[in-house]
Design a protein around this ligand. Sequence first.
Ligand code: PHE
Length: 341
Amino acid sequence: MFRDLERIEREFEAGLASAAGDPGAIEAVRVRFLGRKGEMQALLRRFASLPPAEKPAAGKALNALKTRIETAVAEASAAAAAVRRRAEIAAGGLDVGLPARTPWRGSLHPVTRTRRELERIFRDLGYTVESGPEVEDDFHNFQALNLPPNHPARDATDTFYVEGGLLLRTHTSPVQIRTMQARRPPIRMVCPGRVYRRDLDATHLPMFHQLEALVVDEGISMADLKGTIDALWKRFFGDDVRIRFRPGYFPFVEPGCEYDVSCRVCGGRGCRACKGTGWLELGGAGMVHPAVFEAVGIDAERYTGFAFGLGIDRIAMVRHGIDDLRLLMENDIRFLARFPA
Ligand code: PHE
């Protein structure tokens, strides 16, 4: 055993010396001595069958040689690499004066950025951020929102149905229901997320993003709703924004309304973005209908609440001056690169 160790060491020294400076030859030496079918492995196998009394000394010698070989190989490769680098520089193959290739830097998608900005404002106002499933059941998407099976307002949303009586949620309002089922008032929450409708043109996509706010507590009134919407958009767009409320119908609120903000493109004088009206429609709102409270077991005599929704993609378009909704979904790098982090 010990004689073999000496022999291997001699052969290794000789082999490595003749391989010096040549990375391929050094690798061949490494394989010959350290490889799976190499000299050291063969010795290790023999070591296993030594009489126990000889094992400690032999093991120590084996390990020492193995470490020695490993270190020497590593040093020889590093030296070879350094030599090669110096040769390349000397030959002019490496021009350290060239400008560096800057790596690609990703940035947040305008929709993600807008969503986060809105979430931040709501968090500052003390809201929690909730989420719910995109594949919903009829109860949460419709029935609990005061849209019974034959309600005419169901026609207003073109629904994607999936197997098992489920559907792709047509709005974020089912998360209102899930939150009220899970928690008791006071509730102050927003739920951003994807929603789906069977639509496709320059201003409608089959998948888009909504964000919805719900507040339930004792003594909540329409004044709280108006004040909150006002505060939200002043924070988001700036203090000069004007808000307007118009009557609107959604079965799950009463009274219900729609709200607009003064056009951010023309300042309210009228332009293409606002179709000459001076106003941008942002979403629906209203006071939670008592039938909704009943569906989730909240006492409508004691509690009142408001809810409102908005389209995140629309807001991102207004914010960034984007004129075609489809641009937001095509993931064209030339478009996205216009929004560096
Ligand atoms: N869910 C309604 C929609 O998608 C928006 C809305 C939310 C209206 C909350 C009123 C209250 O159109």
